[in-house]
Design a binder for this molecule. Structure first.
Ligand SMILES: Cc1cc2nc3c(=O)[nH]c(=O)nc-3n(C[C@H](O)[C@H](O)[C@H](O)COP(=O)(O)OP(=O)(O)OC[C@H]3O[C@@H](n4cnc5c(N)ncnc54)[C@H](O)[C@@H]3O)c2cc1C
Ligand code: FES
Length: 273
């Protein structure tokens, strides 16, 4: 952890606000103190006077003096985050929890399955994969959104498609006149994938309903439950394993997660709520 007092937000300046979709913005911030994080960990972002909320940075973990979060507008705090302008001040505390097990993925075949706002932590993970290109046996990305206008990071994902160190397929639930790619739920583009499913790893990140069906599909395809990693979200308060708000069975999402092996949590009720 970068800060000695995890309750203390670090003052941070908003340096850019990027509108990604009608409901999602990326906020680029410069904290007064560096905040190193591991991809998949989360931070708490405070909007002074309105409160704080947890987000997984969508930026490159190795760039410590600038942090980006990609935020969907769903309520009180996220509405205020969407009102932020260049020059505004916010607070950042963290990082918290456990990120993706990158060392486990080295030398392995890995598929990343993402939907909607789940592209945010996935972008940070992709930066790691690309910065370490060659260390992984085979990489696949299967991503889906409701409509073409809901895709995050359109320019960057168009570049991912062209890379030869990753096999990328994107789909939309509903096409439009501009969309030339696949149409159908993200689970439909998992069919026929040419990877070593018995030994391969999977990362799933997206809305709960998408995570539920993508995980079920991966299990049906033959992936081991120990080899499927999920980014879980729960309502949070303290962020450091004290208040119990974020429990899944005996686990705290803030401390033991947010990244979990499916085998660890699969038998607890309501994991997809
Ligand atoms: C570890 C973690 C990482 C996250 N990363 C991102 C991210 O990168 N981008 C992003 O857009 N969102 C992310 N979220 C979800 C984000 O924290 C919530 O959308 C936010 O807290 C909602 O706050 P609000 O005050 O705007 O909404 P509220 O007014 O509190 O509530 C609006 C709706 O959002 C739900 N909600 C409230 N708090 C949470 C919460 N903590 N988690 C899930 N649902 C919640 C409520 O049930 C309600 O339906 C993450 C959540 C967690 C736990
Ligand atoms: S948010 Fe308090 S225990 Fe997890």
């Amino acid at each position: 952890m970068s800060v000695s007092n995890p309750y203390r937000p670090i003052e941070s300046k908003v340096i850019e606000v990027i509108t990604e979709t009608p409901t999602i913005k990326t906020i680029k911030m410069k904290p007064k103190e560096e905040i190193p994080f591991k991809t998949g960990q989360f931070i708490e972002l405070t909007v002074p006077g309105f409160g704080e909320a947890p987000f997984t940075p969508s930026s490159r973990p190795w760039i410590k003096d600038v942090m980006e979060v990609t935020v969907m507008k769903v309520g009180k705090v996220t509405d205020e985050i969407h009102n932020l302008k260049k020059g505004d001040t916010v607070g950042l505390r963290g990082p918290f929890g456990n990120g993706y097990p990158l060392e486990t993925f080295i030398g392995q075949e890995v598929i990343i399955v993402g939907g909607g706002c789940g592209f945010a932590p996935i972008r940070s993970l992709m930066y790691e994969f690309f910065d370490r290109s060659g260390q992984f046996k085979k990489l696949f990305f299967r991503g889906g959104c409701k409509t073409p206008k809901d895709f995050l990071y359109k320019k960057e994902t168009a570049e991912w498609v062209k890379r030869d160190d990753i096999n990328v397929v994107l789909t939309v639930d509903e096409g439009d006149g501009t969309w030339k790619g696949k149409v159908g739920l993200v689970t439909t583009i998992l069919d026929g994938i040419k990877m070593d499913i018995k030994n391969g790893y999977a990362v799933v990140c997206g809305p709960p309903i998408m995570m539920k069906f993508a995980t079920k599909k991966l299990i049906d395809m033959g992936f081991k439950d120990t080899n499927i990693y999920l980014s879980m979200e729960r309502n949070m308060s303290c962020g450091i394993g004290k208040c119990g708000h974020c429990r899944i069975g005996p686990y705290y999402v803030c401390k033991d997660g947010p990244v979990f092996q499916y085998s660890t949590i699969k038998n607890y009720p309501d994991i997809w709520d």
